[in-house]
Design a binder for this molecule. Structure first.
Ligand code: F6R
Length: 651
């Protein structure tokens, strides 16, 4: 997790860093910090626990906020050490002459820290990150630092819960030697030497007080992108943080170390061998990631779904044919089984994919939780297609499962929204969602985008395998084209959904139930409610209630049922009778015109009638709106719920 930014150029770096961090706050927001190297040769750090707004307030209150044309910044999602100011990044060496920001986990930090302590280093924080700055310090200065060097003073002040560190020194290079023209490349070599001792995941940016206009950035399993400008360069965890300044980006690969200077960037591997990396031009707009008059990104992104769906389908429904040229990179004739791997909401999209793949392509499909699969011993091989579903393309568990699948010789297909993300680079083929950036931390339009791509994939595999003939493809294509309008109608039901959410927001727990295609929808609905309202919720296949959970039911626990038309509709109605008999309050999502169901339910939320496989698009939209309004009624932080982050780049 965590967001990183860096800048070198001629402009004042602080506003650029703060703007970049604001665009990365979805990656973590429990503390934030910046470090700037002023034109006076002084390095200044400001950091603050809490959201970025608190750091901004601290900076605004300072008579002399840090300034300068070289800097880096960080917004944190804590892994090692609580989210306090002292544990906030940037971290610095003993003298405050080196500062570093990091995203990821250093797995061997404990033995490294003990060894560094034995060599005289002092640690101020409980983070795994701090070992990095001390390792670089040793490699750069060629000695163990002391708390006050011979040629200057270090001044640390603590101001309430805000810490600032400044060091006042003359220019000095490794082992006290003057900095020469080769200083930046020697600094990059020192960073490489330090990183060769490290195990785990990192994206990092480091700067030295000795080298104005120089940053070193490195990546291994955590995302990092360079933004290329004229006389200025930027570094960030994600592209939106760069777009106000440049559209030319360079995606670092695992093991890359980049020397970033005003005039340009140089990329090597950890051994120092030059690496050729192509710059890309980003065509989408930063404005697409703005709130556009909505109170919350989540609400805006729910509304964007019909348009986003049309974007996902664009160019892929070619007349009555499905057009997925990306699949040409896979030997689909060799596939005998499929394993869908994902986490959270993406896992539920994967469960729905399974139902369609089995029904249409007649292939055996298993759905695996990435964090479990990665430590299991799954039976995978060249005949198993592993489909990795991840909106961010950076989920650490899903990436690890992908490495395992590849090691076993299985071809991998990524389904993601993030162009150039880690998952795409390791995949044999990628299907993009094409739904535009999703800023709200909880998944909404990326979920329906995943469903759309997986629906096309299942139908196309069915066609190739001879189980889904041209007439069925044509029917599906017609229904998919009509789907954006059906979703608009589902969203138009918002007043009734909102009334239900506001009436039930004071309950301590809720059940969400459904059968068949509505089972994963029930799981997703429960997750959405938990994530943004913090109301406890359970999702269940309706037929399972009687095997235990029904004991929980009483009039205080509402049951939310998805009862849209399906072969199991009558069975579901029997389950609703059972619920009713326990006195639980029922909210039912039903197909338009199903007036009978009203006899069982306190509230009925009607949606357009669709073919069973497409019902999850509208039913999940109702669930999103329900969770959204419950969260708003409770005054929750809808866009950035507590303890969550948009891309989960740690285990
Ligand atoms: C829920 C949510 C998470 C993600 C999960 C996987 O709203 O967003 O459950 O679905 O963390 O993330 P990705 O899809 O980026 O791999």
């Amino acid at each position: 997790m965590c967001g990183i930014v860096g800048y070198v150029g001629e402009r004042e770096a602080l506003p650029i860093l703060m703007d970049g961090l604001a665009r990365l706050e979805y990656r973590g927001y429990d503390s934030a910090g910046v470090a700037l190297l002023g034109s006076d040769g002084r390095l200044r750090v400001a950091k603050q626990e809490g959201k970025l707004a608190r750091l901004r307030a601290q900076l605004d209150a300072r008579a002399e906020p840090p300034s300068g044309p070289t800097g880096l910044g960080h917004t944190r999602w804590a892994t090692h050490g609580p989210p306090t100011t002292i544990n906030a990044h940037p971290h610095h060496d003993e003298d405050g002459r080196l500062v570093l920001v990091h995203n990821g986990i250093i797995e061997n930090y404990a033995p490294l820290r003990e060894a560094l302590r034995a060599r005289g280093h002092r640690f101020d924080t409980e983070t795994d990150t701090e070992v990095l700055v001390h390792l670089i310090e040793e490699a750069w200065y060629g000695r163990v630092a002391t708390t006050a060097g011979a040629d200057g003073t270090t001044d640390r002040t603590t101001d309430g819960d805000a810490t600032s560190v400044t060091a006042d020194r003359g220019l000095r290079g490794p082992a006290g030697s003057p900095i020469g023209a080769d200083g930046p490349s020697r600094f990059a070599a020192a960073v490489r030497a330090a990183l060769r001792q490290v195990e785990g995941a990192y994206a990092l940016v480091v700067m030295s007080e000795d080298l104005p206009g120089t940053l070193v950035a490195a990546r291994h399993f955590s995302p990092l992108v360079l933004g290329l400008g004229e006389g200025e360069q930027l570094v960030a965890s994600d592209i939106p943080a760069l777009l106000s300044h440049t559209r030319r980006v360079l995606l670092l690969e695992d093991g890359d170390v980049a020397l970033v200077e005003r005039a340009g960037v140089t990329v090597t591997d950890l051994a120092g061998q030059p690496q050729a990396r192509e710059a890309l031009t980003v065509t989408w707009d930063a404005a697409a990631a703005e709130k556009g008059g909505y109170a919350h990104f989540v609400r805006k992104e729910i509304d964007e779904q019909p348009g986003a769906l049309a974007d996902t389908l664009r160019g892929r429904l070619d007349g009555d044919r499905i057009h997925l040229p990306e699949l040409a990179a896979l030997d689909l004739d060799a596939i005998r089984r499929i394993c869908v791997v994902a986490c959270g909401t993406s896992l539920y999209a994967g469960m729905l994919a399974r139902l369609m793949l089995e029904r249409w392509a007649r292939l055996p499909v298993e759905v695996a939780i990435a964090s479990e699969l990665r430590y299991g011993d799954p039976v995978l091989g060249p005949e198993s297609l592993v489909i990795l579903v991840s909106q961010s393309g950076e989920t650490a568990d899903t990436l690890a499962a992908q490495r395992l699948a590849r090691a076993k010789g299985a071809p991998t297909l990524a389904v993601t929204n993030s162009v150039g993300s880690s998952i795409t680079r390791a995949a044999d083929a990628t299907l993009y969602l094409q739904v535009g950036p999703e800023i709200g931390v909880v998944a909404t339009k990326t979920f329906t985008g995943q469903l759309a791509v997986l629906t096309l994939l299942a139908a196309e595999l069915g066609r190739r395998r001879g189980h889904f003939d041209a007439a069925r493809v044509a029917d599906l294509a017609r229904d998919l084209r009509a789907l954006p309008e059906a979703m608009t109608l589902a969203i138009a039901g918002e007043p009734a959904i909102r009334a239900a959410a506001e009436a039930l927001a004071d309950r301590r727990s809720m059940f969400f139930i459904g059968r068949g295609f509505n089972h994963p929808v029930a799981l997703e609905a429960a997750l959405k409610l938990k994530e943004i309202s913090y109301i406890h919720a359970e999702g269940y296949p309706a037929g399972e209630l009687k095997h235990g959970p029904i004991a929980m039911l009483d009039p205080s626990i509402p049951v939310f049922a998805f009862a849209t038309p399906a072969p199991t509709y009558d069975k579901l109605v029997s389950n609703l009778e059972e619920v009713r008999a326990r006195g639980a309050e029922l909210v039912v999502v039903a197909g338009a015109g199903d007036t009978d169901i009203a006899r069982l339910a306190e509230r009925v939320l009607y949606v357009p009638v669709l073919r069973e496989e497409l019902e999850p698009f509208v039913n999940a939209t109702v669930a999103q709106l329900f969770a959204y309004h419950a969260a708003v009624a409770l005054g929750r932080d809808v866009d950035q719920p507590r303890n969550l982050a948009k891309s989960v780049t740690v285990e």
